[in-house]
Design a protein around this ligand. Structure first.
Ligand code: GP9
Ligand code: MN
Length: 725
């Protein structure tokens, strides 16, 4: 009798229950294997264990609403597959971004796919099979007809009961979460928190609701919202430092955007495969510690999911990217910006971005128009790409920089320009032609490769600088070299640790945070009293710094950063994910570390507990406020309601970047003898032949036979035609 009861029970509910159990365990396994959710203590462990349950019951319970069992079972299988796909996509995404997929990032999936698409295979691990064997088992059970056979009347009842059970489990879960983390859903914590406490499915739904809300924010914003922003700016503005104000007045501006370059690489020497020891980035090192450079040793990237585009937004606007997705893709097509190129256009500058990748990547082709860039030289219009000379993200740096100067020399001076490099991009692939710096193998080929691609990028920048000197542009220019974001993601830092002389065993969230420093070198030829500054700052602070160096006051502009050279800086550096760093404290969730030592700050604090708490709260609030004001500006498109003195807003329709090279030529002709371009100053003689590159793919460096066999002669012709013009 007992056995029959058991049998009947399994016959009726087995397939359904197995599905729930398998998926629950799989999610829990993924939490441990692939996500680092910062779970602390037994109580949080319990919540983590419980959190996949409610949504799994709910989602799979939907299958019970079908009248016949066959349909139900099929629906269950489909739901199982879709939910597995969501989980697995998040796993892959997390491996690169240390973050979860957002609805916005799916909506702007073109950019995301382009960003991680080509390197997708690098994300897979052999052990990923564990995320799919359960599904294979489910199919097997389905085929063997080991599915649930529940009668219609019973199923109807069961469907509703299941829904109720799932809601009860969810409320219980939410209750536990609120005990551990009050106001979880009412205050904006990071995505990690929501997954940690409520699970991946709940996070996805929550994110969807947030996205819908955000869309309505823009519609409901009005000019009064701008008042809050202006109040903030009045309090937050840091006066320029007189010693530096105007030091680069009237100069050309050249930004060298160093893809994935992290500060740890500066002055780092490694032992190569052949036993010799040398610096990874000797040229950057020479600029970093240089009498004509102001360099920063505690400068952090502040990017989020928008990665390169966030870095660009920060540098050009002194505004943060959004908490989710990329502001370039979400707001770049509609919003008003008061970006550097537009501010400077009103002061007689011309501007351009150079990038050897397609123009639509990160929605650049639209966003730059709103930022006032005159020209955008991208892969479609301005560079010659072939299989040999380019990588997943565009033309290799040495060729890219070389090919760029044919346009640069034609630009009216002074100019504001940005060169976006790509060679040092994840997954830092081996490039047979350009393997110049080989360290011994590590367990992770992306970590091993990073040093070579960084070294290559360093050489490319050196060649570019040599050209600037040889062409005579150097003396009239201010150079800003900055790393855009991490190249080695947190999940790989334990492999990196021993290479930096650190222990992987004791590696933790504090160490991850410290590695978010990126290079920031301001090179002003002729400056003379260069220095390495140890002030704590981030990318949001770059624009006011530059403006003051150019001798332009910033208090009427909506720039959220503080001049890195000002003596009034608060030195509070928020990361986009809410981590906050000051010279004293590193605040990560509820943990507070001593920034200098990495020890728990509470223990080492000599202040009274209340003073300490007040100070930490003050820092947290300042950090959150800066991010919040930035989000309000972008989400509400608030800059459309405000116009700084002497500022003429950008006219999007004034540009068609597909014509940039032709437009440049036309503008040069129009300027005629009065023109200030380098080529005009040289009476029409091109400076391009002065550019020396050792790139093996460069046509002039290839023998005739190589050229013929690779059929790149067309490239040479294009270059020559460009020169003739
Ligand atoms: C793409 C390049 C890389 O054009 O700038 O962007 P990322 O993947 O680093 O955001
Ligand atoms: Mn990048």
């Amino acid at each position: 009798m007992k056995i029959t009861l058991k049998e009947t029970f399994f016959k009726k509910y087995g397939f359904f229950l197995i599905a729930i159990l398998l998926f629950w365990l799989k999610t829990y396994l993924a939490y441990h294997l692939d996500f680092s959710l910062g779970v602390d203590g037994a109580f949080q462990q319990l919540i983590l264990f419980l959190n996949p349950l409610a949504s799994t019951i709910f989602i799979f319970g939907l299958s019970l609403f079908f009248s016949d069992s066959k349909k139900s079972n099929r629906a269950l299988l489909l739901l199982y597959f879709l939910n597995s796909l969501l989980l697995f996509s998040n796993i892959l995404y997390y491996r690169e971004f240390s973050d979860f997929i957002t609805i916005k990032s799916i909506l702007s999936s073109a950019s995301i796919t382009k960003s991680i698409g080509p390197s997708i295979f690098q994300m897979f691990k052999l052990t990923d099979i564990v995320y799919w064997i359960d599904f294979i088992l489910m199919i097997h059970l389905y085929r063997k007809k080991k599915t649930s056979q529940i009668s219609y009347s019973l199923k109807k009842k069961m469907a509703f009961t299941t829904m109720i059970v799932s809601i009860l489990v969810f409320l219980f879960n939410l209750n536990l979460a609120e005990i551990s983390r009050p106001q979880l859903l009412t205050r904006t914590f990071d995505r990690n928190y929501i997954v940690k406490y409520l699970g991946l499915n709940v996070y996805t739904i929550y994110d969807g609701v947030q996205t819908a809300k955000a869309n309505s924010v823009r519609a409901s914003a009005d000019s009064s919202d701008m008042a809050t922003v202006l109040d903030y700016l009045e309090d937050h503005h840091a006066e320029p430092n007189e010693a530096y104000f105007g030091k680069a007045e009237g100069r050309n501006i050249v930004y060298v955007h160093l893809e994935s370059m992290q500060q740890f690489i500066i002055n780092l020497s490694m032992i190569e495969k052949d036993g010799t020891q040398s610096e990874v980035t000797p040229f950057l090192n020479s600029l970093y510690d240089n009498e004509d450079s102001i360099s920063f040793s505690n400068f952090f990237h502040q990017t989020g999911q928008g990665k390169t585009s966030d870095a660009e937004l920060l540098m050009d606007n002194s505004l943060f990217g959004l908490p989710q997705g990329s502001a370039f893709t979400q707001a770049g097509s509609d919003n008003t910006f008061h970006a550097a190129p537009q501010i400077l256009k009103n002061k007689g500058y011309t501007s351009a971005v150079f990038h050897g990748n397609v123009g639509s990547f990160w929605n650049r082709d639209n966003t730059y128009k709103a930022m006032g860039y005159d020209y955008f030289f991208s892969a479609e219009t301005s560079y010659t790409l072939n299989d040999e000379n380019s990588l997943e993200y565009g033309l290799k740096d040495k060729l890219f920089l070389q090919e760029s100067v044919q346009y640069l020399e034609q630009m009216e001076q002074p100019f504001y320009t940005k060169f976006l490099t790509v060679s040092n991009h994840f997954p830092f692939p081996e490039d047979e032609l350009n393997t110049v710096y080989e360290i011994p193998e590590t367990p992770d080929s992306t970590v091993t490769g990073y040093f070579n691609t960084a070294h290559y990028a360093d050489q490319a920048v050196e060649e570019f600088f040599q050209y600037m000197k040889d062409s005579g542009l150097y003396e009239d220019t201010i150079f800003i070299l900055y790393g855009d974001h991490f190249g080695i993601s947190n999940s790989r830092n334990t492999t990196l640790a021993p290479l930096l002389g650190k222990s992987s065993r004791t590696w933790g969230e504090y160490d991850n945070a410290m590695l978010q420093r990126v290079p920031m070198i301001i090179h002003i030829p002729g400056l003379g009293n260069g220095s390495i500054q140890d002030t704590y700052g981030g990318q949001v602070d770059a624009l006011p710094t530059l403006m003051h160096l150019l001798g332009i006051q910033t208090e009427t502009y909506v720039q959220l950063g503080q001049d890195l050279l000002s003596e009034e800086r608060n030195q509070i550096v928020p990361f986009r994910n809410g981590i906050t760093i000051t010279p004293e404290y590193t605040i990560i969730g509820n943990s507070i570390y001593d920034t200098k030592t990495g020890n728990s700050a509470l223990m080492s604090s000599e202040d009274s507990v209340t003073d300490y708490q007040n100070e930490v709260n003050r820092i947290k609030e300042a950090s959150q406020k800066q991010l919040m004001i930035s989000d309000q500006i972008i989400n509400g498109d608030l800059l459309r309601f405000y116009s700084p003195a002497d500022f003429i807003p950008a006219d999007r329709d004034a540009h068609n970047y597909l014509d940039s090279p032709a437009q440049l030529l036309e503008d040069r002709k129009e300027a005629g003898d009065e023109g200030t371009s380098l080529i005009q100053q040289n009476n029409g003689k091109s400076s391009v032949p002065l550019y020396k590159t050792d790139a093996p793919e460069f046509p002039a460096n290839q023998t005739e036979t190589e050229l013929d066999s690779e059929n790149t002669s067309s490239e040479k012709e294009v270059l020559e035609t460009n020169l003739l013009e």
